[in-house]
Design a protein around this ligand. Structure first.
Ligand SMILES: C=CC1=C(C)c2cc3[nH]c(cc4nc(cc5[nH]c(cc1n2)c(C)c5CCC(=O)O)C(CCC(=O)O)=C4C)c(C)c3C=C
Ligand SMILES: [Fe+2]
Ligand SMILES: [Fe+2]
Length: 326
């Protein structure tokens, strides 16, 4: 939990993100992935099948290469670390500055600062009401509902969770502004690709609203920018495992754009509140490299991160929620 200004209020706001390893080492990655991939919201296989596979195959094989990937994006300095943790912490500070009447802290669903401990500490410090904002603009059973599981177990404190903000005009407006500014500075690409984290198709078929919310977010942002149909598209990245995930995949979409001779593509990842392994390593390094081999130029537009525009947008969303419950 980040120590921020402590305004005299019995209401706290917790910004919750997914989680990330404490260090770019195989041991730390193994601990983080072990906790993450034991969550039944994330992987639904029965324990007797999944645990041996996870402990004896996936964690031993994956921890080292994934640690190397984290090492390529690790932020230096005293306030450094995994980008997901660093930007989430800084974002909480920036939102605190916007909402001095609340105590604003950051927490992680997996790893540190651990959400259950953060809520306990807030309660011990006198919080009577805790508002939880998962930093997932689009709701998914695999992410938002998993945060809800932890919040639901919090004892002796009133909790409330904001489920999604995929169409909140403050947020869609902030993302649209960031795209506009990036294109003004760097020249507009021929195409804008909205790349969202993927999900097993099976979960979407079972009613997870995530893909519909991703589509609605992308359309709202494209409309705010006045983009013509055909000049933007949506795709899904970060596939894990062998089953079918949401399509089209980001890598296949980029290859299809290159085949149509569309060479300058701007890519934004509006499902991620802050930059992380999946945006910095997968998109802005690996996919950009692959697209370059096809003769193209992938121009990655960063997440809103700890920008003032992001903090203002989230603060307005929270204020609206507080007004609605008071
Ligand atoms: C079954 C596996 C996974 C599902 C379902 C899933 C959904 C999902 N994830 C995010 C956001 C993030 N995921 C991140 C990393 C990550 N995701 C998975 C697997 C699933 N995600 C793994 C195994 C990993 C770790 C990296 C790896 O081993 O490849 C991250 C980045 C974390 C970081 O430290 O930077 C984010 C953020 C969403 C929004 C989502 C649901 C749609
Ligand atoms: Fe296990
Ligand atoms: Fe993920």
């Amino acid at each position: 939990m980040t120590a921020t200004a402590s305004p005299r209020s019995d209401t706290a706001l917790v910004l919750v993100n997914l989680g990330t390893p404490d260090a770019p080492t195989p041991g730390a990655v193994r601990r983080y992935l072990g906790e993450f991939l034991h969550d039944h919201r994330v992987v639904q296989l029965t324990r007797w099948l999944w645990c041996p596979l996870l402990h004896f195959v996936i964690l031993p094989l994956r921890s080292k290469p994934v640690a190397h990937k984290y090492a390529t994006i690790w932020l230096p300095g005293d306030d450094g670390g995994s980008p997901l943790a660093v930007y989430t912490r800084r974002l909480a500070r920036a939102v605190q500055a916007q909402l001095p009447q609340l105590r604003v802290v950051d927490a992680m669903r997996y790893g540190n600062p651990a959400l259950p401990r953060v809520i306990d500490e807030l309660r011990e410090a006198g919080a009577k009401r805790v508002l939880v904002l998962p930093l997932y603009p689009q709701y998914s059973t695999t992410t938002t509902a998993s945060v809800g599981d932890v919040v639901g177990r919090a004892g002796d404190v009133r909790t409330r969770m904001l489920e999604d903000y995929h169409l909140a005009p403050e947020w869609t407006g902030a993302v649209a502004d960031s795209i506009r500014t990036h294109r003004e500075r760097h020249g507009g690409g021929e195409h804008l690709l909205f790349s969202f984290h993927g999900l097993p198709q099976r979960l979407a078929d079972a009613g997870d609203p995530y893909p519909q919310q991703c589509e609605a977010s992308a359309r709202a942002i494209a409309d705010a920018l006045g983009l013509a149909a055909g000049s933007w598209s949506l795709s899904y990245q970060s596939r894990f495992g062998r089953e079918r995930w949401l399509e089209p995949a980001t890598d296949a979409t980029l290859r299809a754009l290159a085949a149509r001779n569309i060479k300058r593509v701007d890519v934004i990842a509006p499902g991620f509140a802050v930059d992380c392994l999946e945006t910095l390593e997968e998109v802005s390094l690996m996919l950009a490299e692959e697209f370059a081999t096809l003769g193209g130029e992938l121009r990655y537009i960063p997440c809103l991160n700890d920008s003032a525009a992001h903090a203002e947008a989230l603060a307005r969303i929270v204020q609206r929620e507080l007004l609605a419950v008071d």
